[in-house]
Design a binder for this molecule. Structure first.
Ligand code: MN
Length: 204
């Protein structure tokens, strides 16, 4: 199997009380695993593509045969985005970023609070299923955007730094229709050290 679902980097209940153990377990062991499995299935006859890191595949979708491209966008995107999502959260996190990331957030959005507000509104405003992102664009600037379904910012030459999953499966057991409450709670889980590492790598 070319791609594997990375193990959850913490226990199912590690994100309590902001995110419940049952949601994390189903989200990782069922949803995430299904994306990885279906990505592998889509690429069964295309080992030369599956040999590449998934980031590279999503960055160069024009090299993916048209007949499997929608499956790669959906399942390859889902495989990659969820691994990314687990990695930028952690128990006892939250707070504020430090270093160059903090400086550039302030420079770009005015203040950390203004950034937080704009990002939260973006996540809340994503109609139906998708993600909100902080990315470094090809222009070297920070950008907030949202993407539908499993469409990836990588496919638009953006480098993801931070993301929140706003598919209902990410929050419905605990928050039901209250997406705004999920977003507000999620800030307490953001692992800013992990985000700073991604930013440093993106700027290299
Ligand atoms: Mn999800």
């Amino acid at each position: 199997m070319p791609y594997e679902t990375p193990p959850l980097p913490y226990a199912y209940d590690a994100l309590e009380p902001h995110l419940d153990a049952r949601t994390v377990e189903i989200h990782h062991d069922k949803h995430h695993v299904a994306y990885t499995t279906n990505c592998n299935k889509a690429l069964e006859q295309h080992p030369q593509i599956a040999a590449q890191p998934i980031e590279q595949v999503l960055r160069t979708l024009d090299k993916v045969p048209a007949e499997i491209r929608p499956a790669v966008i959906n399942h390859g995107g889902g495989h990659y985005h969820h691994a990314f999502f687990w990695n930028i959260m952690g128990p006892g996190k939250g707070g504020v970023p430090k270093g160059p990331l903090a400086d550039d957030i302030k420079k770009t959005f005015g203040s950390f609070d203004a950034f937080k507000d704009q990002f939260s509104k973006c996540a809340l405003g994503r109609f139906a299923s998708g993600w909100a992102w902080l990315c470094r664009g090809p222009d070297g600037q920070l950008h907030i955007c949202d993407t539908p379904n499993q469409d990836s910012p990588l496919s638009k030459a953006h480098t993801p730094l931070l993301t929140i999953d706003v598919w209902e499966h990410a929050y419905y057991l605990k928050y039901q229709n209250r997406r705004a409450d999920w977003i507000a709670a999620w800030w307490n889980l953001v692992n800013w050290d992990a985000v700073a590492d991604l930013y440093a790598a993106a700027r290299r």
